[in-house]
Design a protein around this ligand. Structure first.
Ligand code: PLP
Length: 483
């Protein structure tokens, strides 16, 4: 690589030989941030005030050359780590051959990708519609369900996040913040309580209840919406932005929540849709989180981890259902773009060849065990939970209320020590750990060492045991604005 300076061009390797750091040649974070604020719409909030220049594996580097251990992975997108060489090569090779042809002709790459997805998806889900983002795919899935069933209504869940298109916004109740200012939202959408055991929505004792939260869902058919007018029930098989919640923990039995949901949908001819945008593509140690429950949806929505950062998403269903969504009723200019398909195929290949599902399970268990050791030490850590490397750590204040301010301080203390973490949950009171699926034990140990050092610092700023939340929760803190 060469760099052009006024009148000369210099080889970067030479510069480095002379001991000059690349980063010294570029502008500082502060200079970039000034232009960022000036020219980019402020509505697009970013979590950390640094400007990324490059990233590799589990590490991200800013324009000043600072190295950060990244346990956010671009919000659960870079599942095989930043810039995996196989993904980079596949995308580069594809750029030389074919970048885009849209619906004008067919092309080999989306055919190959659809075949591959059909192979790894839960049994029977063997036909794919490709588009570009999670929210777009959520919209497409609901359009498909409405079109195929001829029924207008949809049931989604309180606390869920499904995206930012207008329809996805109407389905989203992770925070009212996402909805406020955009009303009236599309109609025909109803919300049932998500089976979030730690903060049970129907005040039962986790593990000792009869899934009364499911009764609430069923009673909606009497009070709010007739089942024969419901086209779809949409749920995240593991909740993302809403709190990294494993649904109905301890009820993975035959009569568990997901199993009852499947039966309910079958009984009433309702499409069961799983939003696997955040939980999919190996994140939980299986290709898809639904496999942990042994329940197969009618429609599955995928995005994020599918293509290691290239815009790609999809709706996956059974061929016979897809055939009812007749030709020309939906489409996308960029959907199934050849370069994004090449990146997706390479990402899936990496997960297979490098045994990353196995690594995810193993490293996830290790990480959870180590975090549980911290929980024993710090009583305000309520719960460490997760599947694979989709791990949440929830905290409360001395009164038992969700303590978002503490998590904000902890994330900040970790950031100062060069570890990137994200929060989530209604009060931003949960840390979501999202390392790459090829994370090593020593990277987890490094993150834990930082967290162990940051915890006392965050506790110190807590102001003692009497520290009650003043409930001046920031209107829009980190996780509230990202997903
Ligand atoms: N569904 C879930 C579960 C998500 O986590 C997200 C994004 O975080 C979306 C949908 C929306 O995806 P996108 O931001 O790609 O539109």
């Amino acid at each position: 690589m060469t760099i052009a300076l006024p009148g000369i061009s210099v080889d970067v390797g030479l510069l480095e030989l002379w001991g000059l750091k690349m980063a010294n040649l570029s502008q500082s974070n502060a200079e970039w941030l000034e232009n960022d604020s000036r020219y980019l719409a402020p509505t697009y909030h970013r979590c950390f005030e640094i400007v990324a220049e490059r990233a590799q594996g589990a590490y991200l580097y800013d324009v000043e050359g600072n190295e950060y251990l990244d346990f956010t992975m671009g919000i659960a997108v870079n599942n095989v780590g930043h810039c995996h060489p196989a993904v980079v090569k596949a995308a580069k090779d594809q750029v030389d051959k074919l970048i885009h042809c849209s619906a004008v002709t067919r092309h080999t790459m989306n055919i190959k990708l659809a075949q591959k997805i059909a192979q790894i998806a839960p049994a029977g889900l063997d036909c794919v519609f490709l588009n570009n983002s999670g929210g777009e795919a959520v919209d497409a899935a609901i359009k498909m369900a409405r079109f195929v069933t001829g029924r207008p209504n949809v049931i989604a869940f309180t606390g869920a996040f499904h995206g930012r298109t207008l329809l996805a916004t109407a389905l989203t109740t992770a925070k009212s913040h996402y909805r406020q200012g955009y009303e009236p939202l599309p109609s025909g959408i109803f919300h049932a309580p998500y089976p979030y055991c730690l903060r049970c929505p129907v005040s039962q004792v986790p593990g000792k209840c009869n899934l009364e939260c499911f009764d609430v869902l069923e009673s909606m058919f009497n009070h709010q919406v007739k089942p024969d007018s419901v086209g779809a029930i949409l749920i995240e098989p593991m909740m993302g932005e809403g709190g990294y919640v494993v649904p109905a923990t301890g009820y993975k039995t035959e009569n568990g929540y997901m199993q009852r949901l499947r039966k309910l949908c079958d009984q009433h001819g309702i499409m069961l849709i799983f939003d696997e945008v955040q939980s999919g593509f190996g994140r939980t140690g299986k290709w898809f989180a639904s496999e942990h429950f042994g329940v197969i949806p009618d429609i599955m929505i995928v995005a994020k981890g599918i293509a290691s950062g290239f815009p790609m998403a999809g709706v996956v269903s059974r061929k016979e259902l897809m055939d009812k969504w007749t030709m020309g009723r939906h489409g996308s200019t960029y959907g199934g773009n050849p370069v994004a398909c090449a990146a997706a195929l390479a990402s899936i290949d990496v997960i297979e060849k490098e045994n990353l599902l196995e690594n995810t399970t193993k490293m996830g268990e290790y990480f959870v065990a180590r975090l549980n050791e911290l929980r024993k030490k710090y009583s305000f850590i309520n719960e460490v939970r997760g599947l694979g490397l989709m791990i949440g750590m929830e905290v409360s204040d001395p009164s038992g209320a969700p303590d978002g301010q503490f998590i904000e301080r902890l994330v900040d203390e970790c950031f100062k020590r060069k570890l990137l973490l994200l929060d989530c949950g209604i009060k931003n009171h949960i840390i979501r750990f999202i390392p790459p699926l090829n994370v090593t034990k020593s990277e987890i140990d490094k993150a834990l060492a930082i967290i162990e050092e940051a915890l006392p610092a965050a506790v110190g700023a807590r102001g003692g045991a009497g520290d009650k939340k003043t409930d001046k929760d920031k209107d829009a803190s980190v996780a509230e604005l990202v997903s």
